[in-house]
Design a protein around this ligand. Structure first.
Ligand SMILES: Nc1ncnc2c1ncn2[C@@H]1O[C@H](COP(=O)(O)OP(=O)(O)OP(=O)(O)O)[C@@H](O)[C@H]1O
Ligand SMILES: [Mg+2]
Length: 353
């Protein structure tokens, strides 16, 4: 078991500051996902917790103990690196078993653990290969197996599924979630895939430019994004952000208007998720536009609607496909609108229940 606490961490590389005064407390057994775009500081955060990088200022505590000066090997954690970090001259089996070997585990027990870990990630038939003879996805699974071959007090996983094909990724995702529950090991997991974040996390921390934007359960982040950036990062496809103006109790847009209450006059960004928009009769439409794209996703159809200069994504039932260029009328679910300040992009209206 382990708690992790980051206390006002700043990390600079020369003149560039990658992390700004970052504070975060991770609970024992929590599955915490760091989510954010490329370059926002996810790997840097992980490397500091692992002890592979020193913070410029601030304290890192594991189980209450300050570990800033504790070498990586003494922190009792297993990390899956974004670039695998495998030993090229060792077989898959030896790579997986390495953390056991350095801890002096007897050969027979080691082999059993290696087999069990390899089976979990479907590598059983590749144990004698070298990393150079594997695909990217297979290497990634070797790195995963090496992390789960023993039970450390903390898992750090940096995009561990990014190189797997979609089917294997879904399978591994379920495996990981299950494994983490079984072993009850605190896990910090990095991804820029919001689906992965939503499905795996007890809590998601969204980062941007070395700063935390929002921290909350997947449901909180989905239902109450604190700003337009967070809103635009969650959902598949993410929330539509439509620039317009509030006047006389209405949101006014080049392609229509929507009654809204409780918002001050002036420019705003209206947020509405694709699944919270319906097709409507032309007379009753909030917004009218033309069909830009129509994609059957299986259980739904995703329509791209050109409205003024905006492209609005609309998710409708599977039998609602449209022809490109067709005129189309849409209605927004009044109870599910979000609004963001046009200048600072912060939420100014919480989603009503
Ligand atoms: N050793 C370094 N020297 C200089 N700058 C660095 C160094 N390591 C990271 N950076 C910079 O710090 C920022 C954060 O990098 P980091 O690797 O943490 O991003 P990330 O969120 O993991 O991105 P990605 O999703 O692409 O892996 C980036 O702008 C990166 O260029
Ligand atoms: Mg990274």
């Amino acid at each position: 078991m382990a708690t992790v606490s980051l206390d006002r961490i700043t990390k600079s590389f020369g003149a560039f500051t990658a992390l700004h005064d970052l504070s975060l407390d991770i609970e024992d057994r929590e599955f915490l996902v760091l989510l954010g775009p490329s370059g926002c500081g996810k790997t840097t955060t992980m490397r500091m917790i692992a002890g592979l990088e020193d913070p410029t200022s601030g304290d890192i505590r594991i189980d209450g103990e300050r570990v800033n000066d504790k070498p990586a090997r003494d922190r009792d954690l297993a990390m899956v690196f974004q670039n695998y970090g495998l030993y090229p001259h060792m077989t898959v089996a030896d790579n997986i078993g390495y953390p056991l070997k350095v801890r002096g585990m007897a050969r027979q027990e080691r082999l059993e653990r290696i087999k069990a870990a390899a089976a979990r990630v479907e590598l059983s038939n590749l144990l004698e290969r070298k990393p150079g003879e594997l695909s990217g996805g297979q290497r990634q699974r070797v790195a995963l197996a090496r992390a789960i071959v023993r039970t450390p007090r903390l898992f750090l996983m940096d995009e561990p599924l990014s190189n797997l094909d979609a089917k294997l990724r879904n399978l591994m995702r379920a495996q990981l979630k299950h494994l983490q529950r079984d072993l009850a090991i605190t896990t910090i997991y990095v991804t820029h895939d919001q689906t992965e974040a939503m499905t795996l996390a007890d809590r998601i921390v969204i980062m941007r430019d070395g700063r935390i934007q929002q921290s909350g359960s997947p449901a909180e982040i989905y239902e109450k994004p604190g700003n337009a950036f967070v809103a635009s990062f969650i959902g598949s496809p993410p929330m539509n952000l439509i620039n317009g103006t509030i006047a006389n109790g209405k949101f006014v847009h080049a392609a229509g208007s929507v009654p809204v209450s409780g918002l001050p006059d002036g420019p705003i960004i209206l947020g509405v998720r694709p699944e919270d928009i319906k097709l409507s009769e032309p007379g009753a439409a909030d917004i009218t536009g033309t069909v830009f794209s129509s994609e059957l996703l299986g259980d739904s159809v995703l329509l791209g609607v050109t409205a003024g200069t905006d492209l609005i994504n609309v998710k409708v039932g599977p039998r609602n496909g449209r022809q490109i260029g067709e005129p189309i009328s849409i209605g927004l679910d009044r109870g599910k609108l979000h609004a963001f300040d046009a200048q600072h992009h912060n939420s100014i209206m919480e989603r009503r229940p």
